[in-house]
Each structure stands twice: as structure tokens, then as C-alpha cells.
Ligand binder design. Structure first.
Ligand code: NDP
Length: 240
């Protein structure tokens, strides 16, 4: 039986690696994105994975987007909540927009997408929900009260939903990556990034494929006893 997986923000960075790894593991994959049509088109041409454009922070857009995915690929068995953005600034300078945009995309999205797939998963007595948190949700990060709050909230959400869903064969887990080599991290000034890498025991950035491998494991039948957990993949930078 071929399972259907949806990866939000699945056309670039970590999400693209997750989409590709699930595709290689024989899932039918839908990768979602928001604005970068060029990247999405390139991704689909390269991988053959269909891309779906909608804002994961908007409940009704998710409802319409998921209905399209389910009509084309089938009911969703695996949801990977990966889409995320940063809008950095110290709190004393942060605007309400910076706060709301990050909560909208990184946290409300997790409610929206999970809420829309959970009933079907409960009916079918199988499901896997994996949400991408962050080292900065575990350790905190100056300049990222918005992002750290959203990423920490994902960990609490994961534990609560795991408790609600265990009896229905649904596992719910989070992954907290450290600094991974993607566009998001390349936006950090090089001297700041060099300092960060200097503090990572493994002395390098992570690769998107190293997060994708953990997702493939958590989506598998073999991971059926793992739920409500946060898996830390950060080169030893923060030992949670
Ligand atoms: P990228 O910026 O490389 O990619 C982000 C993806 O999310 C893109 O596909 C983007 O779509 C999509 N996206 C952004 N906003 C929305 C939205 N409103 N609706 C739908 N899709 C959206 O990010 P990364 O790959 O670096 O990060 C992926 C996840 O991992 C994020 O949640 C991030 O917080 C987390 N993370 C990343 C770390 C890192 O070091 N890179 C470390 C720890 C956690 P589009 O292409 O259209 O813009």
C-alpha cells in the first residue's frame, strides 16, 4: 500500500530534502509552498513531485489546498509540518507584524494542517505527524522571541496531540534541528555564522538530508513506539 505524505514548505531547503527522501521511500508526496513559484517549478521538474501553492497560516487556504491534494493523491497518512520563516529583532524593537507573521506561519500552520488531517487519520486508525521545531525553541535565541516562542509551542502541541492520538494508531513527534545549510541560514551574516559553527561540537552546519532521514524513520512502521518526543539533531550544539 502506497502512503500519502504532505510536506509543508516542501519545495526548498529542509522541506525539499524531506519531500525527496519520502519520495525515494515510495510515498506519494505533495510538497506545499507559498510564494516562490520559480523554486517550486524547478523542484517539480527535478523530482517529479507535485507542488501545491497555499499559505499554511490561513485555515481556509489549507482546507482548499488539502482537498485538492487528497483528490489527486488520496487521503493523507503522513503530515510533515515544516514551513517556517524568521522575522528577527530584539523584543524592544520588534513590531507586532514581525511577531504575528512568525506565529502565523510557524505555529498557526501546525494547528491548521494537523486539525485538517487528524479526523481522517483517526477514522483510518493510522497517521504520522512530524513537526519541525528548532534548537532555538529549546535553548532560546536572542533576537528571536517570536521564533523561539513558536518553536517551543510546537513541542507542547506535539506532546498534547500525541496523548490524544495514541489510541488511534497515530504518532506525533517533533524534530529540533540545529543550524542546517539552507537559504534561511545563509541569510545570517557570515561572521555571525562562523561564530555559531565554532560553538557546534561537530564544527559544521547540518545537511537538510540529515533531517530528512529522521523524518523518514518517524514516518515508518518501525517508529510506531515513538510518540510525543522531540528528536534533537544539532551536531551536539545543545544537548537537550
Ligand atoms: P527555507 O526558507 O529554506 O524554506 C522554507 C519553505 O517554507 C519554503 O518552501 C517556503 O515556500 C515555505 N513557506 C514559508 N512560508 C510559508 C507559508 N506561509 N505557507 C506555505 N509555505 C511557506 O527554510 P528551511 O528549509 O531553512 O527551514 C525549514 C523548517 O526548518 C522551518 O520551519 C525552520 O524554522 C526550521 N528550522 C530550520 C533551521 C535551519 O538551520 N535552516 C534550523 C532549525 C529549524 P516558498 O519557497 O514559496 O517561500
Amino acid at each position: 500500500m502506497v502512503r500519502v505524505a504532505v510536506v509543508t514548505g516542501g519545495t526548498r531547503g529542509i522541506g525539499a530534502a524531506i519531500s525527496e527522501a519520502l519520495h525515494k521511500a515510495d510515498y506519494k508526496v505533495a510538497a506545499t509552498y507559498h510564494g516562490n513559484d520559480v523554486a517550486a517549478q524547478k523542484f517539480t521538474e527535478k523530482t517529479g513531485i507535485a507542488a501545491y501553492k497555499f499559505d499554511v497560516g490561513d485555515f481556509n487556504a489549507c482546507k482548499t489546498g488539502l482537498a485538492k491534494i487528497e483528490s489527486e493523491l488520496g487521503a493523507v497518512d503522513v503530515l510533515v509540518n515544516n514551513a517556517g520563516i524568521t522575522r528577527d529583532g530584539f523584543l524592544h524593537k520588534m513590531t507586532p507584524e514581525q511577531w504575528s507573521e512568525v506565529i502565523h506561519t510557524n505555529l498557526n500552520s501546525v494547528f491548521n494542517m494537523s486539525r485538517l488531517v487528524i479526523e481522517g487519520m483517526r477514522e483510518r486508525c493510522f497517521g504520522r505527524i512530524v513537526s519541525i521545531s528548532s534548537i532555538n525553541g529549546q535553548a532560546g535565541q536572542a533576537g528571536q522571541t517570536n521564533y523561539s516562542a513558536a518553536k517551543a509551542a510546537i513541542i507542547g502541541f506535539t506532546k498534547a496531540l500525541a496523548q490524544e492520538s495514541a489510541s488511534k494508531g497515530i504518532t506525533v513527534n517533533a524534530i529540533a534541528p540545529g543550524y542546517i545549510d539552507t537559504d534561511m541560514v545563509r541569510a545570517v551574516p557570515p561572521e555571525t555564522l562562523a561564530k555559531i559553527v565554532g560553538k557546534i561540537p561537530l564544527k559544521r552546519l547540518g545537511k537538510p538530508e540529515e533531517i530528512a532521514a529522521m523524518v523518514v524513520f518517524l514516518a515508518s512502521n518501525q517508529a510506531g513506539f515513538a510518540t510525543g518526543a522531540t528528536f534533537t539533531v544539532n551536531g551536539g550544539q545543545y544537548m537537550a
